[in-house]
Design a protein around this ligand. Structure first.
Ligand code: G3P
Length: 222
């Protein structure tokens, strides 16, 4: 995934179930191509393979379990995500927390098989710990701002700036994204000014009355 990037997590929202998820992914694909910007989609798990086949932009999984392909039920192995040609995965999202040992195993497995990783974190200390697992990205998202109307870039710009600076000292290979409450191009612009290399957002796009208008506004911040 190239940066600066706008990463859109479809979560488990009803607005993107079935055909509607595919439509949003195609819309992101067309806005990205038309404007030559990096938009990454993170669809619902059941749509992953179909959406990878239907768009050219990077498609990420919402989660992977650190388990070997074996007699397991209900798990998502990194190999199964790679198997449908997805580009990468979120790990440790606020709504799907994992233990640090499991984050570490998942990141290592993904790196080994060629899946990019975005490890989510809730604060500076956790971001620093996660950067030691050597993911491609750490996405800092204060949980209290997730799904709300105030962007992390306005409510807590300091956490974005400090996370960028501290992670650079620990592991300069890790890029930082920020998220929670991001809704428009100004929020994206501010995120980049604070040193982030992109944003991770969900409700601002998925729940919008006009998803195209929001996408076109978001990319103005790049
Ligand atoms: O994964 C993105 C996320 O947790 C932020 O959600 O709705 O605040 O953009 P939202």
């Amino acid at each position: 995934m190239k940066t600066p990037a706008i990463v859109i997590n479809f979560k488990a929202y009803p607005q993107v179930v079935g055909e509607k998820g595919l439509e949003l992914a195609k819309l992101c694909d067309s806005v990205a191509k038309k404007n030559n910007v990096e938009i990454v989609v993170v669809p619902q798990m059941v749509d992953l393979g179909l959406i990878v086949k239907s768009v050219d932009i990077p498609v990420f999984s919402q989660h992977v379990d650190p388990v070997e392909p074996s007699g397991k039920t209900g798990h998502v192995t990194p190999e199964s995500v790679k198997g449908v040609n997805a580009s990468g995965t979120l790990i440790n999202h606020s709504e799907k927390r994992m233990r640090i040992a499991d984050i570490d195993s998942a990141v290592k497995k993904c790196r080994e098989i060629g899946l990019e990783t975005i490890v989510c974190s809730n604060n500076l200390d956790v971001s620093k710990a996660c950067s030691l697992t050597n993911p491609d990205f750490v996405a800092v998202e204060p949980p209290e701002l997730i799904g709300g109307d105030v962007s992390v870039t306005a409510a807590n710009p300091e956490i974005v700036k400090t996370t960028v600076n501290e992670i650079k000292k620990i592991n300069p290979n890790v890029k930082v994204l920020c998220g929670a409450g991001v809704k428009n191009g100004n929020d994206v612009k501010k995120a980049l000014e604070l040193g982030a290399e992109g944003v991770l957002l969900a409700s601002g796009v998925v729940k919008a009355k006009n998803q195209k208008d929001v996408l076109e506004d978001l990319i103005k911040g790049i």
